[in-house]
Design a protein around this ligand. Structure first.
Ligand code: ADP
Length: 404
């Protein structure tokens, strides 16, 4: 009996153990499933956070990259991808990813020292990060690199921003060239005036009235040139300083501008026996704009035609007609023309066609066409030029008829 009891007791104990083990297995399975669910949710959250971060970084206008401490690119936003012509960037060493070592250098300096680096890099067209897409010639970039702090220790990441500053660089370059060219252009007549002054005073030429008069006449010619250059520079600077917004816009008859300039140039036209033709299908055509600048535009263009062809029998045409909402204005002549190689540079400040000026001394500052272009642009218009030397040189302006 006792044996039976002990067998039953043992069996019940075993059954209880089995039930316990079964229950335990069940709860282990349950907690495993719970852990898996947590894991999944965590992964989804991480993925979502990463996607959100990428979306935000893609919205940046500047190229943005993350680089690990082995100098491998780990992330590149949309702007970076398109900047590098959609070349593969991620998982590539920066030296390989960037076309020019000068771009990579700033970033590698930051990786080596841990110090933030901001560096301006000016590159020739061939090694622009934009690759074959670069058409702007010399291009300029700011590389801004700094290490991100990693609170958990481990691998450090460096963020890199590449900003395109080509437009600012070009403006700066134009300013520098302007100052350099202006100083050069002013220095020449000033040196001549100083030379004659020395002659007059130090060599006592003042005692010889005839010689003195000759010297003074030359000096006056060069002083006139200085004031012409200064005046032209002031007009350009006014047009560029945003004062263009303060143009005095008013309606006026275009014919009145033509009348004004023909009067001002009357003696030159008469001396050269130039044939002046005015083509205006609507003689009462009105336009809106600053009459002062439009008169200057027409004056510079017609004066150029006469000045560049100082012989008799030149034909100059001034025309204006309406095309849709625009006005087309042109000044054409049948003179020496402009060599095709010079045409792209003709509106640059101080540019003068070499060939024209070696032949005879033609007055000019090389600023006339820059003023013309700036004044037209201030009115929302454009100007172009075509030239077949000896046949037709035509400056064609297109400008909205009504300024809003
Ligand atoms: P400039 O003060 O020398 O006239 P511009 O800027 O007005 O300066 O013109 C630049 C150059 O373009 C001139 O020096 C001249 O060589 C050339 N040019 C301008 N207009 C004409 C034209 N109608 N025919 C031939 N050459 C021209």
């Amino acid at each position: 009996m006792t044996t039976e009891i002990s067998i039953v007791a043992t069996l019940s104990a075993l059954a209880a153990l089995a039930i316990l083990a079964y229950r335990h297995r069940g709860s282990r399975k349950q907690s495993e499933a719970e852990v898996n669910a947590w894991k999944l949710r965590l992964e989804q959250d991480l993925k979502q956070a990463r996607e959100e971060r990428n979306r935000l970084l893609d919205a940046l206008g500047d190229a943005f990259l993350l680089v690990d401490s082995d100098a491998n690119v780990r992330f590149a936003n949309d702007a970076a991808r398109s900047l590098f012509g959609n070349r593969e960037l991620v998982n590539r060493p920066v030296r390989e990813a960037f076309l020019d070592p000068r771009l990579a250098d700033a970033l590698l300096r930051c990786l080596a020292t841990g110090e933030p680096v901001q560096s301006r890099v000016v590159l020739p067209q061939q090694t622009s990060p934009r690759g074959d897409l670069e058409t702007r010639g010399v291009n300029a970039w700011i590389i801004d690199a700094a290490q991100l702090t990693n609170p958990n220790g481990g691998m450090t990441t460096t963020r890199v921003i590449i900003r395109d500053v080509t437009a600012e660089h070009q403006i700066e370059q134009v300013r520098k060239d302007f100052v350099a060219n202006a100083s050069h252009e002013l220095r020449t007549p000033l040196a001549i005036i100083n030379g004659y002054l020395e002659n007059l005073l130090d060599d006592d030429m003042i005692a010889e009235p005839e010689m003195a008069r000759r010297f003074l006449t030359i000096m006056r010619k060069h002083a006139d040139r200085i004031s012409r250059i200064v005046e032209d520079m002031l007009v350009i600077s006014r047009l560029e300083s945003g004062e263009a917004n303060a143009l005095k816009i008013e309606p006026f008859r275009f014919r009145s501008c033509i009348k004004d300039i023909l009067e001002r140039l009357e003696s030159v036209i008469r001396n050269q026996q130039a044939e002046m033709v005015v083509t205006m299908p609507d003689p009462d055509l009105m336009m809106q704009g600053d009459r002062f600048y439009w008169t200057q535009v027409l004056f510079n263009l017609v004066e150029n035609a006469l000045k560049q062809n100082p012989y008799t029998g030149l034909r100059v045409e001034v025309g204006c007609h309406q095309v849709g909402d625009n006005l087309q204005i042109w000044v054409a002549d049948n003179g020496v023309g402009i060599p095709s190689a010079d045409l792209p540079h003709i509106f640059r400040r101080f540019f003068r066609v070499e060939k024209h000026h070696s032949q005879q001394e033609i007055k000019g500052t090389g600023l006339g066409l820059s003023i013309v272009k700036r004044a037209i642009e201030a009115h929302g218009g454009t100007i172009g030029v075509t030239s077949v030397p000896g046949s037709e040189t035509k400056f064609l302006i297109t400008v909205p008829k009504d300024l809003r």
